[in-house]
Every structure is written in structure tokens, then in C-alpha cells.
Design a protein around this ligand. Structure first.
Ligand code: FAD
Length: 435
């Protein structure tokens, strides 16, 4: 139950209708202990981690709430978050940011509220099958422990990491299509350096420093010949780089920051768009491509360390295409870093696009290329490489009625707010049909 599932349930609760929420991972407090053990000792719980568990990927997110989608429900989402304890400015700022520390407490409050409203929240309850009648109408789900839950309306909001759910969609002939996605690295610098590039002399001035806070950036570059874009994504000023994988044999990185944006580092994803030819004939080509990079990075980490440390390369080495004697710049990553030939862990085209874009970005933000710049890999889960198709109006699967593909995993959202909005849209569609 990530933002999509939670906000769908909140909307039903507004109308006095309790939902049943099934979650493969643990409640938030237990989940946080599992995540800490993973970062510290490399002990991954494949069912309860940075992506799975109460709150979904949203719980350990950076808590940036801005979105490019346009919807009348955005204000509802912000107001509800304020109801549950978000700072009041969340309701009116253009770029509200909660930070990981605040979003975590909010999500547990939302869950408690839902329980008060008679919703059932089942943890460690993994959905392994969706039940359909002979007319391809959803009737319920079966969980790993053998239970069945019956309902004529199944909202499938399982996020972008649930490979098993995509496989289930294939087995059940639920209509899906491949979609473009992006892969790359996390770029990290000292926060002070990014502040001084963006704010100039104001960065050092005590008064303006407090007003300006930690500097942000957004970079993009389009290669006209290859028609591929390279862009920064999910920038976390004063943040941390996190190990956020879900599989024992793979590594993934992502970023977060706390509300105060106060770590000594700033990071952002730097990713290149991928449009695989193989996706035309193989629905799973995108997933396989993502997982193969994640596995390569894990194998490298295991070969030279324990498999928990994140492969990293100094930005200067990456541009030169060789691992030199240069020391790795320091990093915020709690899993630690190991020196690695990142240029060999990605396909050549991705490396060339990243190198080309970095040189351009350094003209826009003079100073990002330098000895303090660090790249960590791999950033592979910026979005789902698959979409579970649905009717524009009813929001039901185009192949199976009563099944509502929802949120980021189904390809209908790309962040916390858009996932929450999508959950509300689906709930409203079900409510309209039921009255
Ligand atoms: C570290 C990090 C930082 C991020 N920062 C930001 C940010 O600042 N701003 C932003 O907008 N977005 C951010 N994101 C992305 C954001 O978290 C997601 O876009 C959003 O959570 C998607 O919501 P969702 O509800 O669609 O899916 P998810 O949040 O992924 O939730 C899916 C849920 O389904 C559960 N599930 C999966 N399979 C099953 C199954 N078989 N049975 C039962 N349960 C299942 C999962 O355990 C999970 O709880 C970040 C993500 C990460 C990992």
C-alpha cells in the first residue's frame, strides 16, 4: 500500500466505505528496522525494504510532492496530508517537500486513521493470484498464505518493482504494453559546492544562506542524432544516496533527504532514456534490461567487497573512462561505496550519452565536473518499463473488468502525488459505478 493504494482507501473512507488493503511487506516500524539492517549489514528482506512495506516506495522517499500532472485532486491530496500533520505550507506551495522524516510519520497516521474507519490492513500478505470468472471479470485475489479475499473491484497498485505481478499479468493474459524508461547513475557533490555554483557569493552570506536553503538544480540534454535525452531527476539537496533494491542478487540506488535538507551532500539521478527495440517483441525486455544492470553491479560489489557496498566512480574518472589512483570522494550513502569501473557496468551507448551530457551540464553549472563529484550506480528504477492498459473512462483493465491497474507500477503515475491522485481517480470511478 503505497500512495496510490492509501489515497484510494482514504477516498472510500470519505464515503463511509471501508477497504481491504493487502501489503506484502511489514508495518512501517518493523520495515524501518529491516531497512537499517540492510544498509548496515547487507541483510535484505525481499518482502520488506525501501520499496515494499507499509507506505510503499513513498515511505522512504524524498517526499517531494510537486507533480507535472494536472488534476483537481492535487489540492485534496495536499489538504489531507496537512490533516495528517504535514506542515501547513504543503497546501499552498508550488514545490512542497516533506522529506523522509515527515512523510514516514504521516503515512503511519494515515494507516491508523484507515483502521479507525474499519478498513482492514493485512501485512505480510502477498497477492499471488487474481481471480476472474468465465467472463474475465475480477472476483477476488489469492494470497501467498492460501487465503482468498473476494471483491468485484480489485485495485492493483503494486508499484514498479513487483516483477512477480507483471508475470502474473502475462499468465492471466491481462493487456499490457512495453514503455520507454531510463537508466543511469546518481550524481553526488558536497552540498556546499552545489550551493556555491547556484547561489554564487550569496551561498557564503549568513543571512541569505538561511533564506535560500540548500540549492537545487534540474538539467537536461537532448542528443538530436540518437534522439535520446539525458536528464537529472529526483534531485535531493542536502540528502542521502540510498541502496533501494528489492532482490538479493541486485543493487539499485535512489535518493532522499529530510525536511531540513541538512546533510552535507546533494545528489540527483542522472539518467539516459532507453527505447529498446527488443521491447517490440518481448514485453519483458525492459525489465530484463534493468535487472541485468542491477545484477552486474551486485556481482561487482560482491567480487571486491560484500555485495552491499555501492559501486561508485569519481566523476573525473568516469569522463576519462578509466579507474585511476584518485581517491573516491566522500559520500552520504549509508551502505558505503566501492571504487568500480561504472563505464563497464553499463552499455557503451548509455556511458557515451552520460559523458556527453555531463560536459554540457558543466557549461550550465560550472564546477559540477571536478574532483569532488561522485557517481554511484545503478539508478534503474526511475519508472516502470511496462504499462498495464486500462480504459480511459472506466479505468478498468482493457482486457479484464473489475481490475483497476493503478499508480506507478501500472504506468499511470510517476511520483508520490501523481500516484495518490491516480488512487483517488480509480476510487471515484468505482464509486460512480456503484451508486
Ligand atoms: C528512495 C526513493 C525516493 C523517492 N523520492 C520521491 C520524491 O521525492 N517524490 C516523488 O514524487 N516520488 C519519489 N519516489 C517515487 C515514489 O515513491 C513512487 O512514485 C510512489 O511511491 C509510487 O506509488 P505507488 O502507490 O504507485 O507504488 P508504491 O509506493 O511502490 O507502492 C506499492 C505497494 O505495493 C506493495 N506490493 C507490491 N507487490 C505486492 C503484492 N504482490 N502483494 C501485496 N502488496 C504488494 C508494495 O509492498 C508497496 O507497498 C521515490 C522513491 C524512492 C524509492
Amino acid at each position: 500500500m503505497g500512495p496510490a493504494g492509501l489515497f484510494a482507501a482514504l477516498r472510500f473512507a470519505d464515503y463511509g466505505i471501508p477497504s481491504i488493503l493487502l501489503e506484502r511487506g511489514d508495518p512501517a516500524s518493523e520495515r524501518m528496522k529491516k531497512i537499517a539492517a540492510f544498509w548496515r549489514y547487507g541483510k535484505l528482506d525481499e518482502e520488506s525494504n525501501v520499496c515494499y512495506g507499509e507506505g510503499g516506495a513513498g515511505l522512504y522517499s524524498d517526499g517531494k510532492l510537486m507533480t507535472r500532472v494536472k488534476s483537481p485532486y492535487i489540492q485534496y491530496v495536499m489538504n489531507r496530508l496537512v490533516d495528517f500533520g504535514a506542515p501547513p505550507e504543503t497546501a499552498y506551495r508550488k514545490d512542497p517537500h516533506l522529506g523522509s522524516n515527515k512523510i514516514r510519520t504521516l503515512i503511519t497516521k494515515i494507516s491508523s486513521y484507515l483502521k479507525e474507519k474499519q478498513c482492514q490492513l493485512h501485512y505480510r500478505t502477498k497477492v499471488v493470484d487474481i481471480l476472474f470468472d468465465e467472463n474475465k471479470k475480477a472476483t477476488g485475489v489469492r494470497t501467498e498464505d492460501g487465503r482468498t479475499f473476494h471483491s468485484p473491484h480489485i485495485i492493483l497498485a503494486t508499484g514498479h518493482s513487483a516483477d512477480d505481478i507483471y508475470k502474473l499479468m502475462e499468465e492471466k493474459n491481462v493487456a499490457c504494453s512495453a514503455k520507454p524508461f531510463s537508466v543511469g547513475v546518481r550524481m553526488e557533490h558536497p552540498r556546499k559546492l552545489i550551493n556555491s555554483i547556484q547561489f554564487g557569493s550569496f551561498a557564503e552570506n549568513e543571512k541569505s544562506r538561511d533564506i535560500l536553503g540548500a540549492a537545487k538544480y534540474r538539467l537536461s540534454y537532448f542528443n538530436k542524432e540518437s534522439e535520446r535525452g539525458t536528464y537529472s531527476f529526483c534531485m535531493c539537496p542536502g540528502g542521502y544516496v540510498l541502496s533501494s533494491g528489492t532482490q538479493k542478487n541486485g543493487l539499485v540506488v535512489n535518493g532522499m533527504s529530510n525536511y531540513a535538507h541538512n546533510s552535507p551532500w546533494s545528489n540527483a539521478a542522472l539518467v539516459v532514456s532507453v527505447n529498446l527495440q527488443e521491447q517490440k517483441s518481448d514485453l519483458f525486455a525492459g525489465l530484463k534490461y534493468q535487472r541485468s544492470i542491477e545484477e552486474k553491479c551486485f556481482e561487482y560489489s560482491k567480487q571486491v567487497a560484500t555485495g552491499r557496498e555501492i559501486p561508485a566512480m569519481s566523476l573525473l574518472d568516469f569522463l576519462e573512462g578509466k579507474v585511476s589512483a584518485r581517491q573516491l570522494p566522500s559520500s552520504s550513502c549509508p551502505s558505503q561505496t566501492i571504487k568500480a569501473p561504472l563505464h563497464e557496468l553499463f552499455e557503451k551507448e548509455v556511458v557515451l550519452h552520460l559523458q556527453e551530457a555531463l560536459l554540457t551540464f558543466n557549461r550550465q553549472m560550472k564546477g559540477i565536473i571536478g574532483k569532488e563529484g561522485l557517481l554511484l550506480a545503478p539508478e534503474t528504477r526511475t519508472s516502470s518499463p511496462l504499462s498495464i492498459l486500462r480504459h480511459q473512462e472506466t479505468l478498468e483493465s482493457t482486457s479484464h473488468t473489475g481490475l483497476y491497474p493503478c499508480g506507478e507500477g501500472a504506468g499511470h503515475a510517476g511520483g508520490i502525488t501523481s500516484a495518490a491522485v491516480d488512487g483517488i481517480k480509480v476510487a471515484m470511478s468505482i464509486l460512480e459505478k456503484s451508486v
